[in-house]
Design a protein around this ligand. Structure first.
Ligand code: SF4
Length: 332
C-alpha cells in the first residue's frame, strides 16, 4: 500500500476503506513515519495550523452506579476517588472563568452518573450553562451521560450548550466487555437526540482496553457515521482498583498510530489527543500534532492530573502551530 496515494485520495475528498484502515494499523518502522507524515498533511489541509483546547470540570464525582471497567468513579470499584454531589453554580462558573484565562476555548461540565433526566439537577446544570454562555469568554460544553428524553436535550440546547461529549468508547462488538449496565445503542440514541437539537457532538473512545484492530476500525467508522464534530482519542491510563488496573499502557508509537489512522478515517473533524496522553506518549507528546491531532485538553482530567497549561501552550508554539480561539496565551 502506498500511504501517500491514500493521503492524496483523502485530500481530494475521498475515503479510505475498512481494509485499508486495518492495514494502516499494522504499519511499523519507516512506514509508520510515513503514516505520521501523511496524517499530518491531512490535518493541515483540513484544520490548518490551529490547535483547539478544552478544559473539563468534574461537577459531580464518584459513586456512579454504572460498571465501566476503566472508570475510577464506578461505585463497584475501590479506587479511593473523591466523591461529592453536584457543585453549585457559582463554583462551576468560577472554574469556567479560570479555564478561559488558562487558554481553553471550551469548558465541559462532567458528571459521574448514568444520565440526566428532568428535574432539579437539570435545572442547576442549565443555570450554569446559561451563566457561562452569558459571560462570553468560553463555550459551555457538557458530558452528563445518557439522555433518553428529547425535552432534556432541548433544555440543554436552550440553555446555550455548545457541544455534548458522549463517547462510543469502543466498538459495538467489544462494548459488552467494558460495560454491562448500559449498551452501545443507548449511547447512539443519546447522540442522535442531541444532534436533533442542533448540539455539536464530541464523541470518541478509549484505546488500550484490549480491543483488536478490527474494534478500533469499527469504532472510528461509526464515529464518522454518527457525524461527530470532535473526536477525543483517549489512551487507557489504568486506575488501580478497577478491572483494568493491571492492563499495560499502550506504547507511545501505538498511541500515535491511533491518532494517525483516526485522521485518515475522520479527515475533517477536530481530533483531540485526550486522557492518558501524558503517561502514554511520554517524550513523544509533541508528535501528537504531527501524527494528526488538532486538539488537546488543558489542565487536569476527571480523576487524574494533567500537566500545566503553560507547558502545552508552549508545546503548540514550539511545533509551529497556533492556539485557536480566544485568550490562548493569556498570562495565568
Ligand atoms: S457512566 Fe461514566 S462515570 Fe459512570 S462508570 Fe461509566 S464512565 Fe464512569
Amino acid at each position: 500500500m502506498d500511504v501517500f496515494q491514500l493521503r492524496d485520495r483523502v485530500l481530494k475528498g475521498g475515503r479510505i476503506t475498512r481494509d485499508e484502515a486495518r492495514e494502516l494499523f499494522t504499519f511499523e518502522g519507516p512506514d509508520l513515519q510515513d503514516l505520521f507524515a501523511a496524517a499530518n498533511r491531512i490535518r493541515h489541509h483540513f484544520r490548518g495550523s490551529q490547535v483547539t483546547f478544552c478544559s473539563i470540570m468534574n461537577v459531580k464525582s464518584g459513586k456512579c452506579a454504572e460498571d465501566c471497567v476503566f472508570c475510577a468513579q464506578s461505585v463497584r470499584y475501590q479506587t479511593g476517588v473523591q466523591d461529592y454531589q453536584l457543585l453549585d453554580v457559582e463554583a462551576i462558573v468560577t472554574e469556567a472563568r479560570d479555564a478561559a484565562k488558562r487558554g481553553s476555548g471550551c469548558f465541559g461540565l462532567v458528571a459521574a452518573w448514568r444520565g440526566l433526566s428532568k428535574g432539579k439537577v437539570l435545572d442547576t446544570v442549565c443555570e450554569a450553562l446559561r451563566r457561562i454562555r452569558a459571560e462570553g469568554v468560553i463555550h459551555p460544553d457538557a458530558s452528563l451521560g445518557i439522555i433518553e428524553d428529547a425535552s432534556v436535550a432541548k433544555a440543554l440546547a436552550e440553555a446555550g450548550l455548545h457541544e455534548y461529549n458522549h463517547n462510543l468508547e469502543t466498538s459495538r462488538r467489544f462494548f459488552p466487555k467494558i460495560c454491562t449496565t448500559h449498551t452501545y445503542d443507548d449511547r447512539l440514541r443519546t447522540i442522535r437526540l442531541l444532534k436533533a437539537e442542533g448540539i455539536h457532538i464530541c464523541s470518541g473512545g478509549i484505546f488500550g482496553l484490549g480491543e483488536t484492530i478490527e474494534d478500533r476500525v469499527d469504532m472510528l467508522f461509526d464515529l464518522h457515521e454518527v457525524g461527530a464534530d470532535t473526536v477525543p482519542v483517549n489512551f487507557l491510563n489504568p486506575v488501580a482498583g478497577t478491572p483494568m488496573g493491571d492492563v499495560p499502557k499502550l506504547s507511545p508509537l501505538d498511541c500515535l498510530r491511533c491518532l494517525a489512522v483516526a485522521r485518515f478515517i475522520l479527515p475533517g473533524v477536530d481530533i483531540k489527543s485526550a486522557g492518558g496522553r501524558e503517561v502514554c506518549l511520554r517524550d513523544l507528546q509533541g508528535m501528537m500534532f504531527f501524527a494528526g491531532a488538532s486538539s488537546t485538553m488543558l489542565g487536569n482530567y476527571l480523576t487524574t492530573l494533567g500537566r500545566s497549561s503553560a507547558m502545552d501552550l508552549q508545546l503548540v508554539q514550539d511545533c509551529g502551530l497556533t492556539a485557536a480561539e480566544k485568550g490562548a496565551f493569556a498570562a495565568y
